[in-house]
Design a protein around this ligand. Structure first.
Ligand code: GN1
Ligand code: MG
Length: 355
């Protein structure tokens, strides 16, 4: 299937090794090795990203701005096909793009040490800071309402009235928990009208596998820029909390293993705020812990909604997969809120230390 695509780049698939790469839920990714050169090939999920050309345009805009203003910044952009286009379209399989594999770079699926959480947070903070002079409103909206919690909640309510009745019955407990934490949505409604909150160039998918590291564990750059759009800082800071704080991932079924590691929290805060403290308002910084609650709650809502809708978005590798993921995220939310005052103290201590 991939030979036609590779041919559009002048790469012979006969001489290539092609291996599936990474663990993303949305796009399909392969690592290609050909005559000593390495590439990443990705098929964009067209059902999710309805206008793949929007992504390519955003990458062009960001890359030329960063090149001009910060020529030393490592920005991994797609390799043009033989016909110079940034993407290759195949009527059967959809849109593909090819990236150079950054040599001597390493990625992780789980955060192996707090020093890497620090480095990742620094890279995501740096990305937004370097782009603070870039007109964020000129970016295409690749996924409308992606992190609009209000819409996610409405989709959840729609699923409750139209979704699978048996699954709703079985999910009573997590559904009740969603109701118990609804104040997180109310706070988001306030944020949307709060003059102290700004939208900036935001990555929107700050999991550890979206950072490239060198062999010493120093961060090189951020990748997977499909969801880069104007957004609130809580999306990026919050998704790091969601995915770095617990020693186990959203896939873990044994909920007793979920916990909040305070040293990782400290690492995220100092890495991210080290870059972003001059950009963020005092009101925004006061919502640092809220960022984690916001993202975890939204992910719980999304998994639970998908379960009730019979796994149309995320798919399921086993029966009840998205219900497990939703319960996992709700447990993580519970663990985070239990530690809220300790975590707020860490943020305050960090800010005090700067003054
Ligand atoms: C999806 O495809 P992946 O794994 O990078 C999702 C994120 C979720 C994540 C949960 C476009 O990201 O928003 O947080 O799954 N991306 C999209 O694992 O929906
Ligand atoms: Mg992604």
């Amino acid at each position: 299937m991939l030979f036609e695509i590779l041919a559009a780049y002048g790469i012979s698939s006969d001489e290539s090794t092609i291996l599936p790469f990474g663990a993303g839920l949305i796009n399909n990714t392969w690592k290609i090795s050909n005559n000593g050169k390495e590439y990443i090939l990705q098929c964009i999920n067209h059902h999710v990203f309805r206008q793949p050309v929007f992504i390519a345009e955003n990458l062009d805009l960001l890359s030329s701005y960063l090149n001009r203003r910060f020529p030393g910044y490592l920005f991994v952009k797609p390799i043009p096909a033989l016909d110079q286009s940034g993407m290759v379209y195949n009527p059967q399989y959809g849109y593909f793009r090819l990236f150079p594999f950054v040599s001597d770079s390493y990625t992780y699926e789980v955060v192996p040490a707090s020093s890497l959480a620090f480095e990742a947070a620094r890279q995501f903070g740096r990305f937004t800071r370097l782009l603070s002079g870039f007109p964020a409103e000129t970016l295409n909206i690749t996924l409308p309402d992606f992190h609009n919690l209000s819409l996610r909640y409405r989709q959840f309510e729609a699923a409750l009235s139209e979704g699978d009745a048996g699954r709703i019955e079985e999910a009573r407990e997590p559904i009740d928990l969603i109701g118990r934490y609804k104040y997180i949505l109310d706070q988001f409604e306030d944020i949307k009208h709060h003059p102290g909150f700004k939208t900036r160039v935001t990555h929107h998918d700050t999991k550890i596998s979206n950072v490239l590291f060198d062999r010493n564990g120093d961060g090189l750059c951020v990748i997977d820029l499909d969801t880069v759009m104007p957004g609130y800082f809580i999306s990026d800071l919050g998704d790091m909390m969601r995915t770095y704080l617990s020693p186990v991932s959203e896939e873990e079924k044994d909920l007793s293993l979920i916990s909040i590691r305070e040293d990782y929290f400290k690492a995220i805060v100092s890495g991210y705020l080290g870059e972003m403290k001059t950009e963020l308002s005092a009101d925004e910084i006061a919502h640092a812990v809220y960022a984690g609650k916001f993202m975890i709650y939204m992910q719980a809502l999304r998994f639970l909604t998908d379960h009730i809708n019979r796994d149309v978005y995320y798919g399921a590798k086993y029966d009840g997969h998205n219900l497990v993921r939703a319960r996992n995220q709700l447990t993580l939310l519970e663990r985070l809120t239990e530690k809220e005052s300790a975590l707020n103290r860490i943020v305050l201590n960090y800010i005090d230390g700067l003054e």
